[in-house]
Design a protein around this ligand. Structure first.
Ligand code: ADP
Ligand code: MG
Length: 246
C-alpha cells in the first residue's frame, strides 16, 4: 500500500542572497513498512525535501499525498496526525519552557504510558532524571536522543528522519539503528531517512534516492543503487564511502 507520495515537487527560495532552486521536480513514493533513504552532498536539497513533505514549508510546485489523498499546503499541526519529523538540530525543535516529560507526553495523543517512556529512554541511552529537564539544560546529543524518543512515543505512521544519528556517539548510534531495524522487521516502521552515511543507509533502507543540486539523479531499490549505480554521481558517492570505510 502506498502511504506517502510526492509528485514533481519544486521549491524555490528567494531571499537577499538571491534565488535558489532547492528542489527540482522531485517525485517519490513510500509504501507501508518501507524505508526510503535519501543521500547526497550537503546543499543538495535533502532537508528542504523533508520540510516540504512535513508541511513546514509549502512547495512552490507539485503535490503531496497521504494514502492517495492530497495534503499539499497542510501545516504540521495537521500532518502531525500521520507523520513525525526528527531533525538534525533537535534542540530547537523543543519548546524551551517545557520539560522533556511534558514534551514527550504531549506527542502521545492522550496516551500516558510512563513505562513506555522509560523503555524508550533506555533505548536511546538516557535516564529518568532527564525527563524533568528543559531543552536548555541538556546537551545537543541528549536533545537529539529525546527527540527520537518523543517521535517513537507518538506512534505516528511515518517518520521523517534528517541525519538523526550524526550527532550521536557510536554506541548510541548503534542502539538507535538497532531500534529502527527492530521496528522495521516488526513491520512498524515506514520512514524517509536522510543520511550522508551510505553504509548506514544500505543497512536500513529498502529504496534509495540520490540527490544533487535539488534534483533526484537516481532512485531504485537499495540493492540496485548501491550494487549497480547507473549515475556517475552515485558512483562517486559510493566510491568515496567505500574509501572512507577502509
Ligand atoms: P541539504 O539538507 O541537502 O544539505 P538543504 O535542503 O538544506 O540541503 O539546502 C538546499 C539548498 O537550499 C541550499 O543551497 C540552501 O542554501 C538552500 N536553502 C535551504 N533553506 C533555505 C532558506 N530557508 N532560504 C534560502 N535558501 C535556503
Ligand atoms: Mg540537511
Amino acid at each position: 500500500m502506498v502511504l506517502l507520495e510526492g509528485k514533481n515537487l519544486n521549491k524555490c527560495f528567494n531571499d537577499k542572497q538571491g534565488y535558489t532552486n532547492a528542489l527540482k521536480d522531485v517525485s517519490f513514493s513510500l509504501n507501508k513498512g518501507e524505508v526510503l533513504g535519501v543521500v547526497g552532498e550537503s546543499g543538495s536539497g535533502k532537508s528542504t525535501l523533508l520540510r516540504v513533505v512535513s508541511g513546514m514549508i509549502p512547495p512552490t510546485g507539485g503535490s503531496l499525498l497521504y494514502k492517495g489523498e492530497e495534503y499539499t499546503g497542510k501545516k504540521p499541526r495537521k500532518t502531525g496526525e500521520f507523520l513525525q519529523v526528527i531533525f538534525q538540530n533537535a534542540k530547537s525543535s523543543f519548546d524551551p519552557r517545557m520539560t522533556m516529560e511534558k514534551a514527550i507526553l504531549e506527542n502521545g495523543r492522550g496516551k500516558k504510558d510512563r513505562a513506555e517512556i522509560l523503555e524508550l529512554l533506555k533505548l536511546v541511552g538516557l535516564e529518568e532524571r532527564q525527563l524533568s529537564k528543559r531543552a536548555g539544560e541538556l546537551s545537543g546529543g541528549q536533545c537529539q536522543r529525546m527527540s527520537i524518543a518523543r517521535a517513537f512515543y507518538s506512534e505516528a505512521e511515518i517518520l521523517l528522519c534528517d541525519e538523526i544519528t550524526s550527532a550521536l556517539d557510536v554506541s548510541t548510534q548503534a542502539r538507535v539503528v538497532e531500534l529502527l531495524q527492530k521496528l522495521k522487521s516488526d513491520g512498524k516502521l515506514s520512514a524517509i531517512f536522510i543520511s550522508h552515511d551510505i553504509a548506514l543507509v544500505s543497512m536500513i533502507c529498502d529504496k534509495i534516492m540520490v540527490m544533487k543540486d535539488g534534483s533526484c539523479v537516481e532512485q531504485g531499490t537499495a540493492a540496485e543503487v548501491i550494487g549497480s549505480p547507473k549515475d556517475e554521481y552515485t558512483k562517486l558517492l559510493i566510491d568515496s564511502a567505500i574509501r572512507q570505510s577502509v
